[in-house]
Design a protein around this ligand. Structure first.
Ligand code: SF4
Length: 343
């Protein structure tokens, strides 16, 4: 599979993520002298990955694939912010402005799918950072990974906030027909003020819903995740109602939601941002987020409003598996609607 040509000459072999992390540890992000700064002011560091398929535990799927690390969508609640600290980078601005690009992802994926030990399990794409963030328009790593999965008849799911996913409806249709592929589009709230505040680098929510409509009309199984609902900002009953109505109007096959959780670098970043943008919410947050999760009673209250709206607008909470996904455990698939990451 051919990777899109480089726009700049690295002059030597692309480093691994570990080598890049060592470089940053020694000299800070400025040590990434070969990272290319693009028009969006982010810097893109090409890296070599050792594995394309990553094994995960405690999720409703066992394998994930993420072409990029860091995300210019810059959602303030993003749980993946804390992962950037694994590369010695900050969970604040650096998460959204220093992006690692796994340029050898597709060749590694092909090798892994060819292994006799690989049993063709479901692969969740875009679980750590958005696989259709703007740089995908250049590298097309997500598209080439989907083509490879289709070639090997391997079922997959895609989680994204990027309307660019419609570019790949041909290959998603192919994968859907031969193995099964569900697209989960994340639209936590359709209110434009909430969107601007919480997700400064993403496409507007209605543009994402138009992508839902386009995929649906192409015969692709697509649902919406209202992930995450952010207490005091997107948790109002009227906002959940408006969002659910818009989701129903755009042909989504199912809808799910979760309530934001906070830990590590994400917690530090979010609370700092909240204190500057919504200082009047800080007292409530100190109580609500004394721990990683909001209290069960609060989450149950949000879910009950969500459930009421879901039924009011006739939305399904679960997806029907395709024939090829029939082995996928539906009990855990249900859970996935609530536990999937906040892409
Ligand atoms: S929540 Fe998703 S889209 Fe937003 S910054 Fe994180 S990975 Fe990117």
């Amino acid at each position: 599979m051919e990777i899109a040509p480089l726009l700049f000459d690295l002059g030597h072999q692309t480093p691994t993520t570990r080598q890049v992390a060592d470089l940053v540890r020694a000299g800070g992000p400025d040590a990434l002298t070969e990272a290319m700064r693009r028009a969006d002011a982010a810097r893109y560091q090409e890296v070599r990955c050792r594995s394309a398929l990553n094994s995960v535990k405690g999720m409703p799927f066992h394998w994930t694939l993420n072409p990029y690390r860091g995300c210019t969508h810059a959602c303030h609640y993003c749980y993946a912010r804390r992962y950037h600290t694994q590369f010695e980078l900050g969970a604040d601005d650096e998460f959204a402005s220093v992006i690692f690009v796994k340029t050898n992802l597709v060749e590694v994926l092909r090798r892994e799918l060819q292994k006799p030990s690989w049993t063709g399990e479901y692969v969740a794409i875009g679980t750590a950072t958005d696989c259709y963030q703007p740089i995908e328009g250049h590298y097309k790593l997500t598209r080439h990974a989907l083509e490879t999965l289709a070639e090997f008849r391997n079922p997959a799911g895609i989680i994204t906030k990027g309307p660019m996913v419609v570019r790949d409806k041909d290959v998603i249709t192919d994968l859907s027909a031969h193995a099964g592929c569900t697209v989960y589009i994340s639209v936590p709230c359709v209110d434009e003020d909430v969107w601007r505040a919480l997700e400064p680098g993403t496409a507007p929510p209605m543009q994402r819903l138009r992508a839902v409509r386009e995929l649906h009309d192409a015969g692709i199984r697509v649902g919406v995740l209202m992930n995450p609902i952010v207490p005091g900002i997107s948790s109002k009953r009227s906002l959940i109602e408006r969002t659910m109505k818009a989701i129903a109007d755009h042909g989504a096959a199912f809808v799910g939601c979760n309530v934001m959780f906070l830990e590590g670098g994400t917690r530090d970043h979010f609370l700092q941002w909240l204190s500057s943008e919504f200082p009047h919410l800080m007292d409530g947050y100190r109580q609500l987020y004394a721990r990683k999760y909001a209290p069960a009673a609060y989450r149950a209250e949000v879910f009950s409003v969500f459930e009421e709206m879901r039924q009011q607008f006739g939305m399904s909470s679960r997806e029907k598996p395709t024939r090829a996904e029939a082995e996928f455990n539906m009990q855990t698939a249900d859970r996935s609607l609530f536990d999937l990451p906040p892409v």
